[in-house]
Design a protein around this ligand. Structure first.
Ligand code: ADP
Ligand code: TZD
Ligand code: MG
Length: 581
């Protein structure tokens, strides 16, 4: 009989024989040894038994309806815990379904490991048509941070150790681990097997910034008349929450949180410039980026939205190659956010003059004006609802339940929720990230509930929800405290487009009118509610959050309320030939 190294006690009778282990058990033991206690995946050949045995060995195995959602769950588990999230799939098609999530995780700097079973190497390499034949390693390589294949049971320990280190050290990202079906059944001596396992020590070592780089950054910061700190999701990932808060408050510099950095300090903090975004981007003279890239989300650090005032950029990032990627960085500080911010704080604590009151006063004034302008819109009780009325209700709920996790995707549903719903705690807002990808919703919501045990509120455009909607069954199956609110405006951006040809097909952006997504949740034993006013919405969400029952609220939104592509319509190419609408 084969014996798992860690799961069975040896008996006297067994002592006579050589104790054996195999690929299944070694992989399970390797995961457990490294504290990787949850697997998100979809079963099938050749990993069905692996999932069963992992569950028997005490690993939590969360089974999804589509690998992309399992992969997104693993990715966000990585973001929330700083441990690589594990996604497990079958070969070729299952692998490819998971690959989108792996690429997205890499793009967003989330640590995860996609583990896929694969077919017989000998047949795959000769392209002889094996069951689910595909050279998965080669395909994964350009789309992730690192990719490895394990061919021998005795290399499983090293294989997983390499995958863990690659995922979490330096700039975090996605790693692919290829496990051919044959590997699982390979047998070896149990003692040698145990010895072959590796417990990874200090997987993401602190990266201390050079003192000269810290000094250079502080000199630039001191010279500023209108300084600004931009916090990105790398700062949220770093879990250096106290240090970041101290840096902002001791320096007295206004801060702008990127979407998933909201809540590192509360959006209602007196130094938060979230509601004065265009002003601070335009008028600031020194900008310190902390775990944020100058990509499209920050207009590449140049152009109209950055105004005419000359800018100097300081950048704190763990990835040296990020420096000067879009504009000159006059003070690069390479290291992990915790170490870099601590180093800056040491000097600031020793004596610091806050930025001119003229600047901080102007930022506060702008923020207060904008907040006041928005307030009446958020209080409307229109039916059908517009985005502001519905989001005004959700904003109050999040304020009253600051430890709930907000998942958010869509176009108008995303852009308006990001601006309107204030966040109060770190890593509570999870969204479409760097790619603006649709489909993260249910995977993120499920992993957020599993990893944190906190209630989850997923605010979803009706289109966005459709990309992962089948996972409502998964939410019901594991009885997770997830409340999904669908902003149902009958389509993508708007439900009012018409087919310009006059034909019988509806326009490409339009869905079935009056759909009842709430019935989907009811189909699996969850609670479904249809709401048409902000008051009803508020009541339904509060009931869901109080009960912790899987709930889906179909929130009927005026189909004419949205705008093209939400807030990023300017990125659409325009035909110079077609007539203007
Ligand atoms: P946002 O979209 O919020 O602006 P980005 O994803 O563009 O954020 O940027 C995150 C940055 O944070 C990446 O450049 C990444 O290298 C960096 N990063 C991630 N983790 C850490 C860390 N622990 N310390 C320093 N930088 C980090
Ligand atoms: N496919 C993928 C994977 N990601 C995308 N971002 C898109 C397609 C394009 N897209 C957007 O950028 S937003 C969006 C799509 C299809 C859906 C917007 O409709 P919605 O939200 O119903 O989710 P609103 O509230 O109607 O704007
Ligand atoms: Mg919509």
């Amino acid at each position: 009989m084969l014996k798992s190294v860690t799961t069975h006690e040896a008996t006297a009778a067994d002592d006579a024989e050589q104790e054996l282990t195999d690929g299944f058990n070694l992989m399970i033991d390797a995961l457990k040894l490294n504290g990787l206690d949850t697997i998100y995946g979809v079963p099938g050949i050749p990993i069905t038994d692996f999932g069963r045995m992992a569950q028997a060995a005490g690993i939590r195995v969360i089974s999804f309806r589509h690998e992309q959602n399992a992969g997104n769950a693993a990715a966000i588990a990585g973001f929330l815990t700083k441990k690589p999230g594990i996604c497990l799939t079958v070969s070729a098609p299952g692998f490819l379904n998971g690959l989108t999530a792996l690429a997205n995780a890499t793009t967003n700097c989330f640590p995860m490991i996609l583990i896929s079973g694969s077919s017989e190497r000998e047949i795959v390499d000769l392209q002889q048509g094996d069951y689910e034949e595909m050279d998965q390693l080669a395909i994964a390589k350009p789309l992730c941070k690192a990719a490895f294949r394990v061919l021998h049971a005795q290399d499983i320990g090293i294989g997983l150790a390499r995958a863990i280190r690659a995922a979490v050290s330096g700039r975090p990202g996605g790693v692919y681990l290829d496990l051919p079906g044959k590997l699982f059944g390979q047998v070896m001596d149990a003692q040698a097997g145990t010895k072959s396992l590796v417990k990874v020590i200090d997987a993401a070592p602190a990266q201390i910034p050079a003192p000269a780089a810290v000094k250079r950054a502080l000199d630039v910061l001191k010279s500023a008349k209108r300084p600004l700190i931009i916090l990105g999701k790398g700062a949220a990932y770093a879990q250096a929450d106290d240090e970041i808060r101290a840096l902002v408050e001791k320096s007295g510099i206004p801060f702008l949180p990127m979407s998933m950095a909201k809540g590192l300090l509360p959006d209602t903090h007196p130094l938060c410039a979230g509601a004065a975004r265009s002003t601070v981007l335009k008028d600031s003279d020194v900008v310190m980026l902390i775990g944020a890239r100058l990509n499209w989300l920050l207009s590449h650090g140049k152009g109209k939205s950055w105004g005419d005032a000359p800018k100097k950029f300081i950048q704190i990032d763990i990835e040296p190659k990020e420096m000067d990627s879009n504009v000159e960085i006059v003070a690069p500080v390479v290291g992990d956010v915790g170490s870099c911010v601590s180093a800056l704080l040491e000097v600031i604590n020793a004596g610091w003059s806050p930025p001119p009151a003229e600047w901080t006063g102007a930022v506060s004034k702008k923020r207060e004006d904008n907040v006041a302008k928005m307030a009446p819109k958020l209080m409307n009780n229109n039916s059908p609802m517009d985005y502001h009325g519905a989001l005004g209700a959700l904003r109050t709920i999040v304020k009253e339940r600051p430890d709930a996790i907000l998942v958010n995707e869509g176009a108008n549903t995303l852009d308006l929720a990001r601006g309107i719903i204030d966040m109060y705690q770190p890593r509570k807002r999870l969204d479409v990230g760097t790619w603006g990808v649709m489909g993260i919703g249910m995977g993120f919501a499920i992993a957020a509930a599993i990893e944190t045990g906190k209630p989850v509120l997923a605010v979803e455009g009706d289109s966005a929800f459709g990309f992962s909607g089948m996972e409502v069954e998964t939410i019901c199956r594991y009885n997770l405290p997830v409340c999904v609110v669908i902003f149902n405006n009958d389509g993508i951006y708007r439900g009012t487009d018409v087919n310009p040809s006059g034909g019988s097909d509806v326009a490409p952006t339009v869905f079935v009118k009056g759909s009842r997504y709430d019935k989907m949740m009811e189909a699996f034993g969850g609670v479904g509610v249809n709401v048409t006013t902000p008051d009803e919405l508020k009541r339904a969400v509060n009931a869901a959050m109080d009960s912790g029952k899987p709930t889906l609220i179909n929130a009927v939104i005026d189909p004419a309320a949205g705008s093209e592509s939400g807030r990023i319509g300017n990125l659409n190419p325009q035909s110079k030939l077609s007539k203007k609408k």
